[in-house]
Design a protein around this ligand. Structure first.
Ligand code: SAM
Length: 487
């Protein structure tokens, strides 16, 4: 049976997500603001969670309705037969995201939804299901745009950017969803060496290698919310989990360098946890010492922006980057995610593509630099293409993005996207790492330098996170004290 689904993403990644969904075989794909809606069956729902690299979460709408007051929301929610989804023994939680002049407080809307559900159970059974904010059995998502309301089941649970391989993070790690989106935008799929000369915790080389080998990002996850649904089809999900028929070899190699020894150690641990040590080399190296690689290569990197990591000479750093591209990366292309115009200016090279992308709360740009052995004018006079057709199409997105700039102010603190951008990655040590198999109480071995292998459910391995990090309150973030997810 086909039903509607909504995959949420970061602003600027909607087209990449739609492309991923097309490849997955989704139907009726429609691009929206920070989301893509589509239809498919149960298998599509599971595959979306397991395979999509640029989705933050996947929702399954259960009711669309219009409401002009909180009481109308209450009545509409109470009219749903909740026994389809919940029982007195199920715990649930409600998240709400509101962009409306009528409904100003998302928490109040969430209370109304909870009240309606609890009241229905109490009236019918004399008892009620429990509300549990962390790790509930059923997570509901209420979205209101002016008077249009959508109530959905959240099929993902923990944000999908939490792949499960990250052991430690550096000061300003790139969100995994954003990293994957950037790589997919470059068009690179593994046909040349991949280099991040300022790799921090190694997110870009790891996501790149997963892409090149076509390894589903969900293979590292401990669990998905849909596994607790009453209609969960374990056999179907096992089939998806165990299907590695689409995986392929990475015929080139990925390199991550950093001039911070702590970052190099962390990136090494993350690569090991992802089981990718054969494909990725992590080394200590200042980019100023980088020399022309022998193999055809691509650089994708996000240098410090001076927001969180503050190099002494920020513009000098960018000048050096430009010089290295020009002299040590000849006949290759480099992609840089950065924030300040003056940083890009300091690179001193003409970019052939500029793609706007939000990184945390910062409206950044991803710029592409194509280095030729000849001078730019000579290259043009020879009629060599600098901007490809794909580049031109991507450039057209920029206008669309700018038109939506006002939306930045509307970013709701309760929105999962907001949380995904601002959440601090949690740390865990190996002993505390939750394992999939804990559910049946059987201990599992973890040999570290191995990506989880595909076993049957009882034998499935997993990564995960210990709940150790301080959860950032949106309030801190607003004051500017909060940690930005990225630099
Ligand atoms: C914004 S962080 C990169 C984060 C990374 N993408 C991640 O996901 O963790 C920038 C990194 O550049 C590194 N860096 C700064 N100057 C450098 C240089 N001259 N050579 C190499 N790395 C440098 C910093 O140590 C830092 O780890």
């Amino acid at each position: 049976m086909e039903f509607e689904m909504i995959a949420k993403t970061f602003q600027g990644l909607e087209n990449v997500l739609a492309e991923e969904l097309t490849q997955l075989g989704a139907n009726n794909i429609k691009i929206g603001r920070r989301m893509v809606s589509y239809t498919g069956d149960q298998e599509m729902l599971y595959r979306s969670n397991f395979c999509l690299r640029t989705a933050i979460r996947v929702l399954k709408p259960i009711k669309h309705f219009r409401a002009t007051s909180a009481d109308e929301v209450y009545e509409a929610v109470k009219a749903i037969d909740w026994t389809q989804y919940l029982s007195n023994d199920t715990t649930f939680a409600v998240d709400s995201v509101v962009y409306s002049t009528e409904f100003r407080h998302s928490k109040f809307v969430a209370y109304k939804v909870k009240d309606a559900i609890v009241d229905q159970f109490r009236e019918n059974t004399g008892n009620r299901p429990n509300i549990r904010v962390s790790n509930p059995d059923i997570q509901l998502n209420m979205h209101i745009a002016e008077y249009d309301c959508t109530l959905s089941l959240d099929s993902s649970g923990e944000s999908l950017h939490r792949r499960g391989y990250r052991q430690e993070a550096v000061e300003a790690p790139l969100n995994e969803v954003l990293a994957a989106g950037i790589i997919l935008m470059t068009g690179w799929r593994g046909e040349a060496d991949f280099i991040d000369p300022m790799c921090g915790s190694g997110t870009l080389p790891i996501e790149a290698t997963l892409i090149s080998r076509n390894i589903a990002p969900g293979v590292f996850r401990k669990s998905f919310a849909f596994e607790r649904w009453a209609d969960f089809d374990a056999e179907l999900f096992d089939k998806i989990y165990n299907d590695d028929s689409q995986e392929r070899e990475f015929l080139h190699h990925a390199y991550g360098y950093d001039n911070n020894r702590a970052a190099v150690a962390i990136a090494g641990q993350n690569v090991k946890a992802a089981g990718l040590t054969n494909d990725i080399t992590i080394e200590f190296q200042d980019f100023k010492d980088f020399t022309q690689p022998a193999e055809k290569s691509i650089i994708v990197t996000n240098p410090p922006y001076g927001e969180r990591i503050k190099p002494e000479d920020l513009l000098g750093l960018y000048k050096m980057i430009g010089g290295q591209f020009k002299h040590q990366f000849v006949d290759n292309e480099a992609w840089v995610l950065s924030y300040r115009e003056e940083c890009f200016d300091a690179i001193g090279l003409k970019s052939s593509l500029k793609v706007p992308l939000y990184n945390g709360s910062l409206e950044c740009e991803l710029r592409k630099y194509q280095m030729f052995s000849g001078r730019y004018n000579e290259v043009r006079s020879e009629g060599r293409q600098i901007k490809s057709e794909a580049d031109r199409r991507q450039m057209a997105q920029k206008r669309r993005f700018k038109e939506r700039r006002a939306f930045k102010q509307g970013l709701d603190e309760s929105d999962e996207e907001f949380k995904a951008r601002t959440e601090r990655p949690r740390r865990f040590d190996r002993e505390d790492r939750p394992r999939r198999a804990d559910r049946d109480g059987r201990p599992r071995r973890f040999d570290g330098d191995e990506r989880p292998r595909r076993f049957d459910r009882d034998g499935r391995k997993s990564g995960g996170f210990k709940k150790g990090g301080r959860d950032l309150k949106p309030r801190d973030y607003k004051k500017g004290n909060g940690r930005r997810y990225e630099d």
